[in-house]
Design a protein around this ligand. Structure first.
Ligand code: FAD
Length: 440
């Protein structure tokens, strides 16, 4: 028996249900990745991370006697063609929730039926399967986090699967060349791959203890930074959640539940990136290209906002607290539509994915599942609370390096002479009236 395992966002050999099932049931297994030119354009940062992850996965599979077969083109056509050329009985892959992924699954199902190949979909992208928990009262997904979190914690999670010891390729399958690793856009971005994921995971498990006190502390940088590895499946979210539970890190496990929460929202709400979750929740957004540009460039004149936006460009990642502050600043203060914000984050973030990016943006913009959609985030108050000494701001905004302590959050309050000496913009024209408001 021969089986093809199509890797998508599960780029790991550990706790990989599709790979484990194929190795348990078939004599020959072909691990396959199809580089889809349609996805390669979305984000240079993620494309680089993906290629690093593929190189690492190939090495891990070779270690076990197998290989990672690489093809380029339409994933469905390429997978079917390969499966037919080696008379494979079955294709296995991880189930996914985005519109794009579900269309791919649907087409794969049709083609498999046509060619009498068995298609099996596996869990593994989340802790709990997105379709598994349904609210009472006939709803198809939980719209509010707390009740979801309760049932999610009480649910029986699947068992982690064993890592295959040996993988046997069928004779005469050309593995194909992995193209050279392309350049990303962010100079300080993390590197992809399961090996790197496991190194970071092991380190994190030694530092998880103070997470409840540190996860909002911007200068401490005390979060796991594992999100890109979860995004590409270099690390199993279930393995991470189980390990965190063993360390009694309930607050951390709760954050992982947010990730699952947005996946189950995306499953039933495919327009998450373009349409408000709460019908009619979109307000009259301002079409202010200049403000949007300054926000993207990190030159709004509000230091904590600019620091976050520059961290995004430098690292392809941003601290969660800074994501909240910058997203709220664009939508609630500049009054600019959340959708260009979604797109900008999606271009730069290594962890950028539809459910979490769009779900969180909608939460902040007040069009989503927040139970307090009209909340305003005062960026200055946020900065004073979560970066009281201005350390985070000075780390990313070198023009303000010379301003000591918390004064860095309100350069417009510095004595005229000092302010004029700074090569840092004043508040945006469109925002100037609000400068008064910005003072807590
Ligand atoms: P930790 O604090 O170590 O948390 C552990 C894990 O829990 C994270 O890796 C992540 O998988 C999950 N998690 C934590 N917070 C959230 C949350 N609010 N929503 C969903 N999952 C969460 N996260 C993404 O993975 N992809 C995105 O595209 C994304 N876009 C965002 C956009 C905005 C506007 C906001 C406010 C948040 C966004 N987040 C996104 C959520 C969150 O900011 C990141 O998951 C987190 O900062 C990643 O860093 P970490 O791994 O160190 O997190």
């Amino acid at each position: 028996k021969t089986a093809v395992v199509l890797f998508t966002r599960d780029l790991r050999v550990r706790d990989n249900p599709a790979l484990a099932a194929a190795c348990a049931s078939a004599e020959h297994v072909v691990p396959l990745y199809v580089l889809d030119p349609k996805l390669g354009q979305l984000s240079p940062n993620r494309t680089r991370f993906l290629h690093e992850s593929l190189a690492d996965l190939r090495a891990a599979l070779r270690d076990k006697g197998g290989d990672l077969v690489i093809r380029m083109g339409d994933p469905v056509a390429e997978t079917i063609e390969l499966a037919r050329s080696i008379n494979a009985e079955g294709i296995g892959m991880a189930a996914d929730v985005s519109t794009y992924a579900r269309r791919r699954e649907e087409r794969m199902r049709e083609e498999c039926e046509r060619h009498r190949i068995a298609l099996r979909l596996f869990p593994g992208l989340t802790v709990v399967d997105p379709g598994e928990l349904r609210p009472g009262g006939g709803g198809s997904a939980y719209r509010v986090f707390s009740p979801y979190h309760r049932v999610w914690r009480a649910a029986q999670w699947r068992e982690e699967v064993a890592t295959p010891a040996k993988i046997t390729l069928p004779p005469a399958v050309a593995a194909g060349r992995l193209p050279a690793i392309p350049k990303g856009e962010s100079p300080d971005a993390a590197h992809g791959g399961e090996t790197e994921a496991r190194r970071k995971f092991a380190t994190w498990m030694r530092h998880i203890g103070p997470y409840p006190e540190l996860h909002n502390d911007m200068p401490a940088d005390g979060t796991s930074r594992l999100s890109p590895y979860l995004r590409f499946g270099c690390l199993s979210p279930l393995e991470l959640a189980n390990a965190a539970l063993k360390s009694d890190a309930d607050d951390y496990v709760r954050q992982l539940c947010w990730r699952d929460f947005y996946y189950q929202v995306a499953l039933v709400y495919p327009q998450l990136s373009t349409k408000p979750l709460r019908p009619g929740a979109d307000t009259e957004w301002r079409d202010d290209r200049d403000a949007l540009q300054h926000w993207q460039d990190g030159t709004t004149g509000v230091p904590v906002v600019d620091a976050g936006m520059r961290q995004l460009r430098a690292e392809g990642w941003m601290h969660n607290r800074a994501r909240l502050i910058t997203a709220a600043f664009l939508t609630k203060h500049l009054g600019v539509d959340w959708r260009p914000g979604v797109q900008w984050f999606f271009r730069w973030l290594l962890d950028g994915d539809v459910p979490n990016n769009s779900g969180n943006w909608q939460w902040v913009a007040g069009t989503g599942n927040d139970t307090r959609p009209y909340r305003k985030f005062n960026p200055i108050r946020q900065a004073q609370r979560f970066d009281p000494e201005g350390v985070y701001v000075r780390r990313y905004v070198p023009e303000l390096k010379g301003v000591e302590g918390g004064a860095v959050h309100q350069p417009w309050r510095l004595p005229d002479k000092v302010r004029r000496g700074l090569d840092y913009p004043g508040p945006l024209e469109s925002h100037r009236d609000e400068a008064v408001w910005l003072r807590p």
